[in-house]
Design a protein around this ligand. Sequence first.
Ligand code: BES
Ligand code: ZN
Ligand code: ZN
Length: 504
Amino acid sequence: MLINKELQNFNSATADVLVVGVSKNQNNVANWQQFVDFFGSPIEQWIKEGDIQTDAKSITKIPVFSTQAKVKRIVFVGLGYRKMLTPDILREAFGLVGKTLRQHKTSSIALWVDSFETEEIPASDAVILAAEGMEMGSYTVENYKTTSNVAEITLEQVSFISNADIDELVAGYEVGEIYARAVNEARTLINKPGNLLTSTKLAEYAVELANEYNFEVEILDKAQLEELGMGAILAVNKGSKEEPRMITLKYQATDQWEDVVGFVGKGVTFDTGGYSIKSKSGLVGMKGDMGGAAAVLGAMRIIGELRPNKNVIGVIGSTDNMISGDAFKPDDVITTYSGKTVEILNTDAEGRLVLADAVFYAKQQGANYLIDLATLTGGVITALGYDKTGALTNNKEFFESFLEAADETGEFVWQLPLTENDKKRIRKSDVADLNNSPGSDGHMIFGGGFIGEFVGDTPWIHLDIAGTSDAMSAYDLGPKGGTGVMVRTLATLIERLAEEDSKH
Ligand code: BES
Ligand code: ZN
Ligand code: ZN
């Protein structure tokens, strides 16, 4: 949807809400006096007395009395000390602005950009962060109540009060919006119940995405997976009435299909644990076991919009993990697509099986770099909590570029070690090449390390998002539920790699 965007000043800006950044040294803001005079309210006194708060990420709203002003309300967003303001704080502060705008069913806003740009964060960056924050912050989870909340209140008009170039502001705002909308799409997928989002449906979504952005798309169904011998994803799918899908999206930016970055996502639409069944409480929330797939699809959407000069392939292995007379069992030995055999010790360690076939397939399709994303283990939550994504890698340089992207988007990632001893334990089996569950000690490493057995020498990063993909409660940038973690980081990485390439 198109938002009308234009440059305005205080006296002409017409909007439901004027958004103003306030810090502890507000007088430094250009035109501050002009603003205070125009609105004719004792704004400075209110700031001094704490009625308008300046602490970072505090929100104060006031109705506008002035008869000459054409804005109905001012939302003040606290920035703390301007010198200490970081992009992350600014984005989160605008997440809270987004929540406030939604509460007031706002359809038009005026952004006083000078009031929240700083020396380190120029206007062009500040609008990206503001747009991203507001769009992510105002997201709500679709519900299925008879009086549904689906009808969205959308922003129709954004005006900028700024000395900067309007084209630059609009361009920046649109990039922020593109990023955040893709995150929100990923969240919606994660929040969909397992009965409504089957593997078939997920594949249909991917086809629609491909058609929208002109990606090459391939959907492998059960018969095709059987033909190809993808025994790992098929083993996980065996107990299900729903068909599995292997989904591939290709974004080709250069003439040759070379230097391809592969994103590989775990798309388990519901994880019962299989015969190694989960507990009553462990089962709840397992509709979100396709967070890795959602991250891949979200990142592909941004790539489709911004069209960076870098080849990207997205591969998603999708099935549910169910129980029936047909289901796979502990002690079973299966043959993966790569030919390696696996002794099943735990049917709840299914994600690594699905990804074993998916990463091998991504390599065959030309991926020269691999990033797999999965809600893979409870172990990562034990190790790092709910706010850090756990990582493994076999390539320092690739991981460093990735970390720079994660730093830019404010998504925290922490690397764990994968040692020869860990690999030995993954390879320990009397009957097969590998086992799928070497133990519960440090088992985030075993989960990711298992996938590493299928990547060979290809530079590879494994991201365990079991803790970060689903928020247990609302936070600055979104509500409880799917977070869309890694969507922005993956897309940023591709943008930065494309920029690097263009320098050579
Ligand atoms: N999908 C789960 C991991 C998970 C746990 C995701 C909590 C989100 C929240 C995964 O398939 C799983 O069950 N992992 C097991 C592995 C174990 C059996 C080796 C785990 O972590 O307990
Ligand atoms: Zn599981
Ligand atoms: Zn799982």
